[in-house]
Design a protein around this ligand. Structure first.
Ligand code: MN
Ligand code: MN
Length: 364
């Protein structure tokens, strides 16, 4: 934990910013080891270039925060106190003159920003988001071990879903079963709302499961992940229910071929765009280019969407121990929606696939 905070301190020094006030709960969990969803209350981590950091939490969470292992000051506030009075006071106790404050500009809300701006009228605000994303980008061995466990739990969740496939069953019923069984296994939550899509809904990349019933001749698409020890998994499998058409099969085979080709390109030193283009070329050459409307993948860690973004224009060089998804899809309205998604770790000479569920087309 100290090492991670030191990285921020060095960056603050270089940027000549006296303090960073971090409010994104994921980033606080990453740097302070304290996992918490503060809802509408204020949760913040203040890191200083030359002073010791402090954690600021709702009063009712102070004891929990102490147990998390954060070994610097922790301050709480009651529901009748103004949290920013305390935060301002503690910042002033550590740094006399504040000229630059680093914040996550895409996360901090305007209300918090205005409070800080009022307390520190001479301060400029700079964005720390990119620095944090780049720090979180490369995983440690410990993080990869947890991500592997999370991936295997997601594999189990896919099997639970497949076992539920039956004519007339609704998407929502299967979602409920998957989430219930995973909770019983002890996951702290799903990393996003579990997606089970079939029939027409399957052709919408980010559809919402509802009362659509599964019918023979349709695909059933499962996109899900769990949160395990603070880390997320994210996997997709598409299953055939009964006989499917030649075109449905062709779409499945094309997505699988694209996914395997992209994975083969993964290694330290490759560019992110090379991975995307390996899959995209296969899908374009097969005539389905217009039906693959999203990037190939995204980084994965404490957040379900992190860096690197695997797009056809991202020049970022992959390095060992980056973790991301590879998830090509083809969505043809009225015909089929197919996506296949795995979680991948970059290794020195190639890759390791964290999710292990088979990808050969399964018929139920
Ligand atoms: Mn997914
Ligand atoms: Mn994904």
């Amino acid at each position: 934990m100290e090492k991670k905070i030191n990285l921020l301190q060095n960056w603050l020094e270089k940027e000549q910013a006296e303090v960073a006030f971090i409010t994104n709960p994921e980033n606080i969990a990453y740097f302070a080891g304290f996992h918490s969803d503060p809802h509408e209350r204020v949760l913040g981590l203040a890191v200083f270039s030359n002073e010791t950091p402090f954690l600021f939490t709702p009063g009712l969470e102070v004891e929990e925060a102490k147990r998390s292992g954060f070994n610097h000051a922790i301050y709480g506030y009651s529901d009748t106190e103004n949290p920013f009075e305390i935060i301002t006071q503690q910042i002033q106790n550590r740094a006399k003159s504040i000229t630059k404050i680093a914040i996550e500009k895409s996360h901090m809300n305007v209300g918090y920003y205005e409070q800080l701006a009022k307390s520190f009228p001479n301060a400029n605000f700079i964005d720390i988001e990119n620095k944090i994303q780049m720090t979180r980008l490369v995983k440690t061995k410990d993080e990869i071990k947890i991500l592997k466990e999370a991936a295997l739990l997601a594999d189990e969740a896919i099997q639970i879903g497949i076992n539920e496939i039956a004519a007339g069953k609704t998407e929502a019923e299967i979602v409920a079963k998957i989430d219930y069984e995973m909770r019983k296994k002890g996951v702290s939550g799903m990393s996003f709302e579990t997606m089970v899509l079939t029939g027409k809904n399957g052709a919408s990349p980010h559809g919402t499961p509802g009362d659509t019933q599964i019918q023979k001749g349709d695909f059933v698409l499962f996109d899900l992940g769990v949160v395990h020890k603070g880390y997320c998994s994210d996997t997709t499998r598409t299953i055939a229910f009964g006989e499917i058409s030649t075109q449905q099969k062709e779409i499945y085979d094309t997505v699988l071929k694209a996914q395997l080709a992209a994975i083969e390109k993964v290694k330290a030193g490759a560019k992110a765009k090379e991975i995307d283009l390996a899959a995209r070329k296969i899908i374009r050459d097969s005539g389905y280019g217009d039906y693959f409307p999203h990037r190939l993948g995204h980084g994965l860690g404490m957040g379900v969407h992190e860096f690197p973004s695997i797009t056809e224009t991202n020049e970022m060089l992959l390095t060992e121990n980056m973790v991301f998804t590879i998830e090509p899809g083809i969505y043809v309205p009225g015909v089929a929606g197919v996506r296949i998604e795995d979680d991948i770790v970059v290794t020195e000479n190639g890759y390791e696939i964290l999710t292990e569920f088979p990808k050969e087309l399964q018929y139920v």
